[in-house]
Design a binder for this molecule. Structure first.
Ligand SMILES: Cc1cc2nc3c(=O)[nH]c(=O)nc-3n(C[C@H](O)[C@H](O)[C@H](O)COP(=O)(O)OP(=O)(O)OC[C@H]3O[C@@H](n4cnc5c(N)ncnc54)[C@H](O)[C@@H]3O)c2cc1C
Length: 265
């Protein structure tokens, strides 16, 4: 590796000041994406600013009906949290199904959302559950947060502080994992609130997206038969060494059907 400086921030404003005073800065959470990209020379920050030393940034609390998860909460912490399990078991299950044990003990919810990997699980959770991404300067609705592959609405120096998940009536996450990485070949977060269905799909396209035609059909009639004739176009879906776009389109529908079955059982 080449040389770079490591800074340990004690509060958000210090992290921000360090970032803006550096030539090529990067925030680091658990380093599970950043360090491999540095090793492969895909990124070469002059200054790495550690968010792990900011007290309280990994807190999980319930404020009214809103579950607030700090950006530095690891996947293992989210999966094991009784608050998350009670408020939204689907979210705890999703966190517990990310990668392997090492990944779950280092990877963070904030790092995952900021990175917006096309096959990551948390983007589907945030979008499907209608979360708000709270940063050091504003609140961004998940509907406008995910822009494109590895691209979000965050400004270069903006720090995710917490993710706020509203209460939903029902939720289920179904993932068809790549057997090697455990990343989603396709992952579907299906939720219902006051009769309205939201569906967010990860792994299938360049970035997480909502399955609007399935949502409309299921909001009108929440049953497997209501989506019998509904299909997802493969046109904008990913084809790679693991699966074709047509296969992924089919898989999305199968997982949505299974989600409906799970929530109506
Ligand atoms: C072998 C392996 C398997 C994996 N499998 C899965 C899987 O099945 N599902 C899945 O969803 N993920 C998976 N991951 C990804 C992993 O779970 C992490 O979520 C992801 O790598 C981000 O890591 P991190 O939280 O350590 O962030 P880092 O690597 O530290 O940071 C990632 C990016 O986010 C930025 N960043 C970090 N925190 C913040 C913040 N609070 N505000 C603003 N920007 C920030 C950093 O500057 C950097 O650009 C896997 C990773 C590995 C290595």
């Amino acid at each position: 590796m080449y040389q770079f400086k490591v800074h340990k921030a004690d509060k958000l404003s210090t992290a921000l000041d360090l970032f803006n005073a550096s030539d090529e800065p990067a925030y680091i959470a658990g380093g599970h994406t950043l360090i491999p990209t540095m090793k492969q020379r895909l990124s070469a920050p002059s200054d790495v600013i550690d968010l792990a030393t900011i007290p309280g940034l990994d807190a999980i609390t319930l404020v009214g009906d809103t579950l607030q998860i700090g950006a530095m909460a690891t996947h293992a912490k989210v999966a094991a949290s009784s608050l998350v399990q009670e408020h939204c078991a689907a979210l705890a299950n999703l966190a517990g199904g990310i990668g392997d044990r090492q990944v779950r003990y280092r990877g963070t919810i904030g790092g995952s959302l900021a990175n917006n990997d096309p096959a990551a699980d948390y983007p589907a959770a945030a979008l499907g559950l209608g979360a708000q991404i709270v940063t050091d300067r504003r609140t961004i609705p998940s509907d406008t947060f995910f822009k494109a592959m590895f691209e979000t609405a965050l400004e270069p120096d903006e720090i995710i502080q917490a993710i706020h998940f509203p209460q939903v009536d029902q939720a289920v996450y179904l993932k068809f994992p790549n057997p090697a990485s455990r990343y989603a070949m396709v992952g579907v977060m299906l939720t219902r609130t006051a009769g309205e269905t939201r569906i967010a799909i990860t792994g299938a396209a360049a970035s997480v997206f909502r399955a609007a035609t399935f949502e409309t059909a299921l909001t009108a009639d929440f049953s497997v038969s209501a989506i019998e004739a509904v299909t997802l176009s493969a046109e904008t879906l990913n084809t790679d060494m693991h699966a074709s776009a047509e296969y992924r389109a089919h898989l999305c529908k199968v997982l949505i059907q299974r989600g409906v079955e799970a929530l109506t059982a």
